[in-house]
Design a protein around this ligand. Structure first.
Ligand code: ADP
Ligand code: MG
Length: 762
């Protein structure tokens, strides 16, 4: 059945060569029970390894069933080990983490028994035969030496091969157990070739048909103990080669079965691998997010206010391609867009700075007229960073009270609820307006919003009243003042003088006005009256004519004049501001319908996504910040480059560090793979097992982490949501691919290591 011809094997170590087998010529037959003896180091184990296809040799040839094995491919050897050889070791070589039953079943899995029931039933029968039925559910590591070796025999039974090789199977057993094991081997040996290496020939004397003694790698003795079974040194019985039906294993199912078994058998290891995978993949997610957050280079630019005053990063300007006005339906559609936080239809108004905190945002100077009882104020704007926004956008942030409804209602950002019902002074100023013009006055506080918002929010009515394109209009109010002058020297006569006064102005919508009625601000009235004082006049009684003219000088060639009717009462707090009716304003500024609006998003990180969506929906959308950001800030650029470097570097480091650590964890299990290989599990399956274990583990980690990310984003969990907001669907995909790649590489490395470790014919 097996013939060795001049087989020679030596081990090369650094400075000497050990001849382990020297010119061995032997032939073994089916039915034989061969005892191999010899001193320690005489080459017995080497011979067994060579015969069983686990080790290579340098010279000679081994014939298996007449075939030269030197032409065996790697796969042939794998099949040979799987289908022809059962090996029983002195050190048992059991998978400690498996139960006795699982150890036997593992062999059956390798042999391609896929039916779980069949496997279990057969395995239990075999365990019963070797007297281990009661120990079936016990871990191999918890068995006694005798039980371990009986389990080793059970495995050989499960393999049911023609050749059984046992290398000192009783070496670690006491006499009683040793005898029992030998007896079992003998019972197995019918119609099989059994080769037993032993120190204690007495133990096998009873069963052995032949005894071979090795000495220094050579056959020193080859005795037929039962000569009646041989004829001219050849086994008498004709060798009937009946090829056994071998199941072809389904390598995918086999691998998955083993991975599941391993995971179950070693829960701690499974947990640890998964934990480590999750930690390293989480680190990948963090670094990738950090990288994403630094991708957009407009964050390194400073926004200029050349075009837009309000360069809020979350502001997206939306128009319709045909320039038509927005409708309620548009607003509803836009509000439904993901990441849209609020809509400000009063886009022009949102360019107007809002000054709400005295001495921080503005300073006020009071002025009492010499000539009238009126008192006016001028406001000196200090800070232009807050803009006029509508309260609809902060509805969710309302802590107490209600949203503003009336023109001069307001909600303020504060923690103090008692402010509701009180009043506050707020002023407005645009850098598009002529110097010294501002709007403002006293507002009634109707509600409180979260103090973090830091600024007031206004009613739609107020905003629509100032939502005009002031920048494109050059307006002047022309008015006549009648002065009655008493001469200072003799005071004898009065003189009346009609004076023309002109002022640059802007128009805002005022309450209770119709047609061409207008209302001048106190400051405007004072300014119109008090210009041109002469020292020599003692008393001046002045009166404004109730008729005036508003001149639109936008087109300086053809100014447009509007006759206006001036109401007696003025309004407080605005310089050079004329209040008019909506009707009149529309005449001057054109249509009131909003053709351009602002959409505010939850975070600047979503800019691209929202713009893409809006463009797909047929709107024209641009990020105001991006248009305005035109100047690189060298400090920010430096920071961004550093951040990009750190995140990309860390990504790579984490990637490879994880590969190394997981590889190290995997290495702890290499003995199990060695055992499975010697039982005949194929390399292809082992490689697939490792890939499958790590890849499914990392995909599971990714799924877990993505769930965490989604929850974190939904509930705005600190730090996590700061990163997840940069993630788009495909970014999660990319990290998952990275994680899979990481596990793949690890599996590949581990497999290489295994091949090196297993050496020989692997
Ligand atoms: P036995 O099983 O009879 O005790 P072995 O077959 O294990 O003997 O060893 C035969 C000879 O080969 C011994 O001299 C031993 O030192 C040497 N040997 C065995 N395995 C190796 C190895 N992996 N590398 C180097 N020398 C080895
Ligand atoms: Mg040995």
């Amino acid at each position: 059945m097996i013939r060795l011809k001049n087989v020679t094997k030596y081990y090369n170590s650094e400075n000497n060569v050990t001849l382990a087998l020297n010119n061995i010529n032997l032939e073994f037959f089916k039915g034989e029970f061969v005892a191999i003896t010899g001193k320690s180091g005489s080459g017995k184990s080497t011979l067994m390894n060579v015969i069983s296809g686990m080790d290579t040799y340098q010279d000679g040839e081994i014939f298996f069933e007449g075939m030269e094995t030197s032409c065996f491919s790697k796969e042939d050897w794998e099949n040979y080990r799987r289908d022809k050889i059962s090996f029983i070791y002195q050190s048992y070589q059991l998978i400690d983490s498996y139960t006795a039953l699982e150890n036997v079943e593992a062999v059956m899995r390798i042999m391609g028994v896929e039916n779980k029931k069949e496997r279990r039933q057969k395995a239990m029968e075999i365990l019963d035969k070797v007297g281990l039925k009661k120990r079936a559910r016990q871990k191999a590591s918890h068995l006694s030496s005798g039980q371990k070796q009986r389990l080793g025999i059970a495995r050989a039974l499960a393999k049911d091969t023609d050749i059984i090789i046992a290398d000192e199977p009783t070496g670690n057993l006491d006499v009683e157990n040793g005898a029992a094991v030998m007896k079992m081997l003998y019972e197995l040996s019918k119609d099989k070739l059994v080769i037993v290496v032993t120190h204690n020939f007495e133990q096998v004397k009873e069963y052995a048909t032949r005894k071979i003694r090795l000495f220094d790698g050579e056959v020193a003795e080859d005795v037929k103990l039962k000569p009646e079974l041989y004829e001219n040194g050849v086994w008498k019985e004709k060798e009937a080669i009946v090829p056994k039906e071998r199941k072809k294993e389904h390598f995918f199912r086999q691998a998955v079965g083993f991975v599941r078994l391993n995971r179950k058998a070693q829960p701690h290891r499974t947990f640890f691998v998964f934990l480590f995978l999750t930690v390293s993949i989480a680190a990948l997610f963090v670094m990738y997010g950090y990288l994403l957050s630094n991708m957009d280079d407009s964050v390194t630019k400073n926004a200029s206010q050349d075009v837009f005053m309000n360069t809020d990063k979350n502001r997206i300007l939306v128009r319709k391609p045909d320039g038509s006005p927005f409708t309620e339906k548009d607003y509803d559609t836009l509000m439904d867009v993901r990441y849209v936080h609020s809509i400000n239809p009063y886009d022009l108004a949102s360019e107007i700075s809002c000054l709400h905190e005295a001495n921080k945002d503005y300073q006020v100077h009071y002025q009492q007229s010499e000539y009238t009882s009126r008192k006016s104020i001028t406001v000196n704007a200090l800070d232009y960073s807050d803009f006029t926004c509508n309260a609809a956008g902060v509805e969710q942030e309302l802590i107490a009270g209600k949203l503003p409804e009336k023109r001069y209602d307001v909600v303020v950002a504060s923690d103090d609820e008692s402010l509701i019902g009180t009043t506050t002074d707020i002023y407005f100023r645009s850098q598009n307006w002529p110097e010294s013009i501002y709007i403002g006055g006293t507002f009634q506080i109707t509600g409180i919003v979260n103090s973090e918002l830091g600024q007031p929010y206004f009613s739609d009515l107020f905003l629509s009243g100032i939502n005009f394109d002031y920048a494109n209009k050059n307006l002047q109010i022309e008015y006549h003042v009648l002065k009655t002058i008493t001469d200072s020297v003799d005071a004898k006569y009065n003189r009346e003088e009609l004076l023309d006064r002109r002022r640059d102005t802007i128009l805002v919508e005022g309450e209770g006005l119709t047609g061409n009625q207008i209302r001048l601000s106190e400051s405007l009235i004072m300014n119109l009256k008090t210009e041109d004082n002469s020292e020599d006049r003692v008393t001046t009684i002045e009166r404004l004519y109730s008729q005036g003219t508003l001149i639109d000088k936008t087109d300086s060639e053809n100014p447009v004049e509007y006759q206006v009717e001036v109401l007696e009462d003025g309004h407080n707090g605005s310089v050079n501001v004329v209040e008019a009716s909506r009707e009149f304003m529309e005449q001057v500024y054109g249509s009131m319908q909003e053709t351009q609006i602002s959409v505010y998003i939850d975070d600047y990180a979503y800019t691209d996504r929202v713009i893409d969506t809006l463009n797909e929906m047929g709107y024209q959308a641009v990020s105001v910040f991006r248009i305005s950001a035109d100047e690189y800030d060298s400090v920010l650029v430096q920071e961004r480059m550093t951040a990009l470097g750190i995140s990309a570097g860390s990504l790579i480091v984490i990637f490879f560090l994880s590969v190394v650590v997981i590889y190290t964890i995997m290495k702890l299990k290499r003995k199990d793979f060695m055992i499975l290989t010697s039982l005949g599990l194929k390399q292809k399956t082992i490689l697939f097992m490792n890939r499958y274990e790590l890849v499914t583990g990392s995909i599971l980690s990714c799924v877990l982490l993505i769930c965490v990310a989604i929850i974190a984003e939904k509930y705005q969990i600190f730090v996590i949501s700061d990163l997840t907001k940069y993630y788009q669907v495909w970014d999660y995909g990319i990290v998952t691919v990275l994680a899979v790649l990481m596990s793949w590489i690890t599996a590949e490395l581990f497999h290489r290591h295994l091949r090196k470790f297993l050496g020989g014919k692997q």
